[in-house]
Design a protein around this ligand. Structure first.
Ligand SMILES: [Zn+2]
Ligand SMILES: [Zn+2]
Length: 948
């Protein structure tokens, strides 16, 4: 550390020279108002210095030789203007002004910044060079003086003066060396305090504490001015252990009733994260009636730092009798913002206006930020426009606010304006714009802004990279994502100075990006690379969520259970649970879903997450085949929203319980919930899957007439499905002809499906030709068509389709069914003989088929293609995957317990008939989820009533 570091630091060199301005033309200075407010402090300090000079009191805070102060004292008192302070400073060299600023503003860092900020915007003079020469000359002079004193033989008074001179020349090591020659005395503690304060100011925190220890080892006793600085060092490190031991020293030396020490203790405990101790010290201060505004500010700040804005607000409102100052407002406004307490925020705004505190740049910024975070962008705009002085923070608050409230155009406009007005853009500005593009899924644009940022020389930080990666994730731009990954490796990751939490944030975003770009293998590699102890809840959630969204539900659930099984389990949050429930819904893994429900009940989640998690539970139960439990969850909810109602409504639709669906829809109307196009898709779907043709037609008309919703293509598809299933194929065709838009593939698939049920070859051929026109050549289309031909016994056409499929290289997806057992999931393909219980399964199945044939079942070979590949023959009906799954279910399920089967394709017609018969002779309800709906088989009857 060079002795003259601070001499060349810009803060001190930017002091203005004001003598060229008339004292009262303050309006010509944009910063005049700000500096004037701080004049009070400066003047008070100067007056104190003056008084001290008169009394010959050397224990005064200022390290400046008294001779230097004198002109200050004389000049400062009569002219009531800040300019004289600065004129005096410029006239008499840097030491007095530095000591004024240092001692007057050390309690409040912001004041310094404000002063220097003001100074920076004023005219700069060639004064800097003069200062430098003065300083260097002076150090040489002091050294010469020191030499003379050493030769002559020095006395303690002379040495003390020398220490002061060294400190004022910013030569701390000389000062320290001289100081250690002095005998300890209470009056010279002052010099130690100066050195410690200097170290803290330069953030040499360990050094400050070392000085404190050295001071004691040399026999000095710390005083009331020592503790605030060393405590500040402990808070900023942070070091609770040393802070607490200092607290012990404070008590031993009897400074616990010193308000400065008390405030410093509150702040130190707050920064070390021990709120209980902070609160205890604060309460003691209240009891002894020494608490002042700063004490209240410290405790409010402590609560804010610990992330408890509610408690901070409570404390703020308890400080009656004391007037909040600028710092109080700057502390509390973010609390209002995070609690979205815009009313309280407005009160604070009003208070700031009446007390003129609004003119403070920091207060102004905090108010703009508060309005922006509460989403009141118009109010934020007004305050912003009226601010006399703005800095980059003010602009950033607006840009970020616009970007986060979705007013992205405004954010961009402001960003351009900032560039136009040459406001210095910082990393926050750039990150806000990048995040804005990312949130809209404009990955490429966000990358473009990032490049501009790099060109401008601004250093990206963790937030920038996280925003950028989310942009790549939204847009699915893998290549760009990889580029960022490389950049992160080079610039951010594996660099020692990093906070490990920051690093983990970037890694989490990388996992998320790779998963969203469908590279779950790469995502998993990064995940596995993170040491288990470093994985946080977000790390787990992005990986589990990535699997869930890619349909890799087994992997998702596997990872979820691994997460809970760790030695030190990471507690899942609402998002982790929702991802796991999504995976359960995908697999219809009811058993696991129930376990997660149990976990949710045992570990009540945050109040704000309850609704979200309950909605996920409804969705899981509905899709796993237990719509009644979904209803129970729904009924027990304290609060529901449109998602809860729609999920349950969808459930009733999928399970063919149309009447209950319509009851629920009427309930929704009565509850005054917003009803939109999506709601009607669900209602029409429910009608079509329950055969409620008239009701469906009625609601289709109501939708336009009463709700003014213009039917979209999904609504028409539902209507085609509804009429087609009911055999009214002509009417379905009518609807298609009436459509104001081009029918999309889903409309033709609906028609084709209906033609299959009602064996209408002509219309089926027409629908499939339309599908081929639209480029929808897939196995589903061909399978449906070939089944129509098979139904109509047009075997040649069946063969033609088979050849066509072979020619175009389209293979039928193999049918696959799975059933949930006690020990896990058993999966079966057609003709599957790999299961250990295979022999028993086939024996049971043969037995069942034999029994139901006696009841009148006739195998329907027309469905052969539906589930069998080309090579397989029609007599393998018995080996269909859903039948195998059923037999396994019967073998492993306790009597009376429902058997739950899930199939990846639609259930085949023959299996549907066979299972209906089997439900007559076994003691289980059979719940089968196929790719389009649920079938509940019981007592020789299926809930779909043939509408599948
Ligand atoms: Zn079958
Ligand atoms: Zn059915």
């Amino acid at each position: 550390m060079s002795l003259t570091t601070t001499l060349s630091s810009p803060n001190l060199l930017t002091l203005p020279h004001l003598s060229s301005h008339a004292p009262h033309r303050t309006s010509s200075f944009p910063m005049a108002a700000i500096i004037r407010r701080h004049l009070n402090h400066i003047r008070r300090r100067s007056l104190a210095i003056a008084a001290a000079v008169r009394q010959q009191d050397t224990t005064l805070w200022t390290p400046t030789p008294l001779a230097d102060v004198k002109p200050a004292a004389d000049q400062i008192s009569p002219p009531e203007d800040y300019q004289s302070v600065l004129i005096f400073a410029t006239g008499s060299g840097i030491s007095p002004i530095r000591s004024l600023i240092e001692s007057g503003f050390s309690a409040d860092k912001r004041s310094d910044v404000r002063l220097f900020y003001g100074a920076r915007n004023l005219q700069r003079m060639a004064y800097q060079d003069r200062l430098k020469s003065w300083e260097s000359n002076s150090l040489i002079k002091v050294k010469l003086l020191h030499q003379q004193l050493t030769v002559k033989g020095s006395d303690p008074t002379a040495l003390q003066k020398l220490v002061g001179m060294y400190i004022s020349c910013d030569a701390p090591s000389h000062a320290l060396a001289t100081l250690s020659l002095l005998p300890p005395s209470p009056s010279s503690v002052f010099w130690w305090n100066s050195l410690i304060r200097r170290a803290v100011r330069l953030r040499l925190l360990e050094h400050a504490l070392e000085l404190y220890n050295r001071m004691q080892s040399f026999g000095w006793r710390p005083d009331g001015y020592t503790f605030p600085f060393v405590l500040k060092a402990c808070g900023e490190l942070p070091s609770f252990r040393r802070g607490a031991s200092l607290h012990g020293n404070v008590c031993i030396l009897g400074y616990e009733n010193n308000v400065f020490v008390g405030n410093a203790l509150v702040a130190m405990y707050g920064r070390c994260g021990d709120l209980e101790c902070a609160r205890q010290v604060f309460d003691e201060m209240l009891q002894t009636m020494i608490a002042d505004v700063i004490s209240w500010n410290s405790i409010v700040a402590a609560y804010m730092q610990s992330g408890d804005p509610k408690k901070a607000m409570q404390m703020f409102y308890r400080m009656n009798g004391l007037c909040p100052d600028a710092v109080s407002l700057v502390n509390i406004l973010p609390a209002f913002a995070s609690a979205r307490a815009s009313l309280q925020g407005k009160e604070a705004h009003a208070y700031a206006v009446t007390t003129q505190l609004i003119q403070d740049l920091f207060v102004g910024n905090a108010i703009v930020d508060m309005y922006a975070k509460c989403g009141l962008m118009d109010d934020a705009q007004k305050v912003f426009e009226r601010m006399e002085v703005k800095d980059v923070v003010s602009w950033n608050a607006m840009v970020t606010g616009h970007s986060q409230t979705g007013r992205f155009e405004d954010a961009l406009g402001l960003f351009e304006k900032m560039r136009g007005e040459k406001v210095e853009l910082n990393v926050v500005t750039w990150s806000a714009v990048i995040a804005g593009y990312a949130q809209r899924g404009h990955g490429y644009e966000s990358l473009d802004v990032f490049r501009q940022m790099l060109v401008s020389g601004s250093e990206p930080n963790v937030v920038t990279l996280v925003s950028l990666l989310s942009g790549c994730a939204c847009a699915g731009t893998l290549l760009q994502g990889k580029e960022i990954h490389c950049y992160a490796i080079k610039q951010i990751l594996n660099i020692n100075k990093n906070d490990s939490g920051d690093e983990q944030m970037v890694i989490n975003s990388l996992i998320d990006m790779y998963a969203k770009c469908k590279e779950d293998g790469l995502a998993r590699k990064i995940f596995d690379h993170v040491a288990p102890a470093s994985r946080n809840v977000v790390t787990w959630t992005v990986m589990i969520g990535g699997y869930s969204q890619l349909g890799e539900a087994n992997d998702a659930l596997e990872l979820f259970s691994q997460m809970l099984k760790q030695n030190k389990p990471t507690k899942p949050n609402a998002f982790t649970i929702s991802c796991a429930l999504m995976a359960c819904a995908h697999l219809a893994a009811l058993r696991l879903g129930r376990q997660i429900h149990g976990y949710v009940l045992r570990n009540r989640c945050e109040k704000s997450d309850v609704l979200f998690v309950d909605n996920c539970l409804i969705d899981m139960y509905v899709k796993s085949g237990d719509v009644d439990v979904a209803r129970v969850v729904f009924n027990n909810m304290n609060q529901t929203n449109v998602v809860s109602w729609t999920s349950l409504l969808t459930g009733y639709g999928m399970h063919g319980r149309g009447t209950e669906a319509l009851d629920l829809f009427n309930g929704m109307r009565k509850a005054g919930l917003p009803i939109d196009g999506v709601t009607f898709v669900v209602v029409l779907y429910a009608c079509s899957h329950s055969g409620l043709v008239d009701k469906g037609v009625e609601y289709f008309e109501t939708m336009t007439r009463e709700f003014g919703i213009v039917p979209g293509v999904e609504h028409y598809a539902c209507m085609v499905d509804l009429l087609g299933r009911a055999g009214q194929l002509d009417k379905a065709m009518e609807i298609i002809k009436q459509m104001p838009m081009e029918p999309s593939p889903i409309v033709w698939v609906a028609l084709l499906g209906s033609c299959r049920v009602h064996t209408n070859v002509e219309l089926g051929e027409y629908a499939s030709s339309k599908l081929l026109e639209l480029g929808c050549e897939n196995d589903g289309t061909y399978t449906l068509l070939s089944n129509i031909y098979a139904d109509a016994k047009r075997w040649k056409d069946v063969d033609r389709i088979r050849f066509l499929m072979k020619d175009t290289g389209i293979r039928k997806r193999p049918g696959c069914s799975w059933v949930q057992g006690k020990t896990g999931t058993a999966t079966f393909y057609v003709g599957d003989k790999t299961h250990p219980l295979s022999k028993e399964i086939y024996n049971l199945l043969g037995d069942l088929i034999y029994q139901i044939k006696a009841l009148g079942y006739v195998p329907d070979t027309n469905f052969a293609l539906h589930d069998v590949d080309d090579e397989e023959k029609g007599d393998f009906l018995v080996e269909h995957s859903e039948k195998l799954a059923l037999a396994y279910g019967i073998l492993t399920t306790a009597p009376g317990v429902p058997i739950r089967i899930t199939k990846n394709l639609r259930v085949c017609g023959d299996c549907h008939v066979a299972i209906t018969y089997i439900s007559n002779i076994i003691d289980h309800e059979i719940i089968l989820r196929d790719s389009s709906r649920f079938h509940h088989f019981k007592n020789g009857y299926c809930s779909c009533k043939g509408y599948w």
